[in-house]
Ligand binder design. Sequence first.
Ligand code: ZN
Length: 179
Amino acid sequence: MAVLPIRIFGDPALRARAAEVTDFDDVLRRLAGDMMETMRQAHGAGLAANQVGVLKRLFTWQTGEDEHGAVANPVLLESSEETQEGEEGCLSFPGLWYPTRRPLRVRMRVQDVRGEEHEVEGKELLARILLHELDHLNGILFIDHLARHDRKEAMGRIRAGELEHPRPHDHPGAEPPVA
Ligand code: ZN
């Protein structure tokens, strides 16, 4: 397995809509394996194919050592009206974390890397990751969900070059998830 370079905000792949996965072959499984490796190496909770420059509807996620997966062609079936707010980051925005409101629970129809259909349900952190990754496949980024003043501040920090020289989180050791 290989660690792939992660695209940073400004790269057009991050604003593109990824295409449906149609071939559940060794190429897809190798990509999923490389993405899993890349996500782990970067201490991410999720990684979408757009983030490594591949416009396929595929993402990986992990919430713990034994809780992880690779998902193709996710379709949102249900998201709760009840929301959660928490700090969120993104591997394509190194060093930026902002409070991001998301539904508390979601249900998605997905395919695994062999093409088998499954339903996944997530709440709290997993719901946040699943929605963050589904967004990526549609060219939507977490900064799009921020409160206006936070988004303005984030864009200012990006323009000032902070993505190239990310600063550590204010509470080291307790970094919120990046995906
Ligand atoms: Zn992200």
